[in-house]
Design a binder for this molecule. Structure first.
Ligand code: ZN
Length: 156
């Protein structure tokens, strides 16, 4: 395993769309191992391949209950909404409130190509949505919003 450099905001690769993974080979395994090591070293809860400069639809997520690897993930169901602070390893020092679904069902492949369905809520649901956004070239800063409470205080 090896630590890879995390691409930071300002690099045009972060706004590019990642390509579907169609080869489930050793190279993919090495990439996923490196991504996990990089995420843990940077103390993040998720990391997409684009953040290490690889335009592949793959990410690693760990919200404290174990490492997950999602290849070609797709949200197949989303319920409710949540407003929470969000940050990104590619945008150090910045955070903001975004709206995400409260609960999501995500379909994704494992490193061997097997399809799995994950049901997630709270932080894990936010993480999945954040990482899938990366694969479409979207950063959380494009989704920053007011909490409903703050909007009400401002008279809106
Ligand atoms: Zn991010």
């Amino acid at each position: 395993m090896a630590y890879r450099n995390i691409v930071k905001i300002g690099d045009p690769v972060l706004s590019k769309k990642s390509r579907k993974v169609d080869k489930f080979d050793d190279r993919l395994g090495i990439l996923l191992d490196d991504m996990a090591e990089t995420m843990y070293q940077a103390q993040g809860a998720g990391l997409s391949a684009v953040q290490v400069g690889i335009l592949k639809r793959a990410c690693v997520v760990d919200v404290g209950d174990g490492l997950l690897e999602l290849i070609n993930p797709e949200v197949i169901d989303a319920q409710g909404e949540q407003f929470e602070q969000e940050g990104c390893l590619s945008i150090p020092g910045e955070c903001g409130v975004t709206m995400r679904p409260a609960v999501v069902k995500v379909k994704a492949q494992t490193r061997t190509g097997k399809w799995v369905i994950y049901k997630a809520e709270g932080l894990k649901a936010r993480c999945f949505c954040h990482e899938i956004d990366h694969m479409d070239g979207i950063l959380f800063t494009e989704r920053i919003t007011e909490t409903p409470e703050a909007a009400e205080e401002a008279g809106g």
